[in-house]
Design a protein around this ligand. Structure first.
Ligand code: ADP
Ligand code: MG
Length: 262
């Protein structure tokens, strides 16, 4: 493990520099440079195949880059190159990912799902037999309130709607107090009302966690947009405020999938 001691002089939590990744000669990520600030809520858009999910894979250690560095700026001022670490090690550092499909313990209650997540590492039964401390209980209540599932805490998770399951899973990740939360297309398959509530949830996390949200739904992006990054052919095409990005002719061209002749 490379563990260089560099004291940061910025409030960045993640720096991705000169990262490239090819699959069978095809450059899915091409000289990508990207910086995420502490407590920032960043949205990432881009057409299908732009490399968005691969980008998340490179941060979480699911895929290793061919070139470049992914630097995690830790709380204590130590920098870590994540490209040298394994997926579980990166997860333990507090970098959590929410995949597109919800994965909750269907047969357990909403409350117990959070308990299980808090006790990450213990077995399911061991974890459910474990008596939560008052502090644990408080943390669980707080998470349930954040994801607005307090009223459903005794409900079996399998009976929740698709949107509620997504919120529960976000809650399960929040229980682990991640420093960086990566969320891949959370609004996919949600009703308009659920989508809006998801936006409110993500906005409420701003400042508490550093969050990256990949999304296709432009209305949703408009709702939660702070700084928006447009990815195209594995490279940052444009970064800026929602309207700057949405009104950019090149972005319109690639995002709407129009033919472009170079
Ligand atoms: P997005 O999430 O923006 O739709 P992806 O990151 O999923 O894009 O994919 C970017 C490109 O990389 C696509 O052309 C995809 O086929 C390719 N790709 C991604 N992962 C792999 C892989 N494991 N093996 C081969 N090709 C891949
Ligand atoms: Mg994708």
């Amino acid at each position: 493990m490379v563990n260089s001691v560099v004291y940061k002089d910025t409030d960045l939590v993640l720096s991705v520099e000169s990262v490239s990744k090819s699959f069978d000669g095809f450059k899915a990520i091409n000289d990508l440079n990207f910086y995420l600030g502490e407590g920032e809520l960043r949205t990432i858009i881009g057409p299908n195949g732009a490399g968005k999910s691969t980008f998340m894979d490179l941060i979480t250690g699911r895929t290793r880059p061919d070139e470049g560095t992914v630097t995690f700026h830790q709380d204590d001022g130590h920098d870590l190159d994540l490209t040298k670490l394994r997926e579980y090690q990166i997860n333990r550092l507090g970098i959590s990912r929410k995949f597109q499909t919800p994965s909750v313990y269907q047969d357990h209650s909403v409350y117990d799902n959070i308990v299980l997540s808090l006790n990450h590492g213990r077995g399911v039964w061991q974890s459910l037999l474990y008596k939560e401390s008052a502090a644990d209980k408080e943390a669980i209540e707080e998470v349930l309130e954040t994801v607005r599932l307090q009223d459903l805490c005794n409900e079996r998770a399998g009976l929740l709607s698709h949107g509620q399951k997504q919120w529960l899973e976000i809650g399960m990740l929040l229980a682990q107090k991640p420093r960086i939360l990566l969320v891949d297309e959370p609004a996919a398959g949600m009703s308009d009302e659920e989508t809006e509530r998801t936006g409110e949830l993500l906005l409420s996390l701003e400042g508490k966690h550093s969050i990256m949200v990949i999304e296709h739904d432009m209305e949703f992006i408009r709702q939660i947009a702070r700084k928006v990054t447009v990815l195209h052919q594995g490279h940052v095409l444009k970064e800026g405020k929602f309207l700057e990005v949405a009104n950019d002719p090149t972005v319109k061209e690639v995002y709407l999938g129009r033919q472009k002749h170079d």
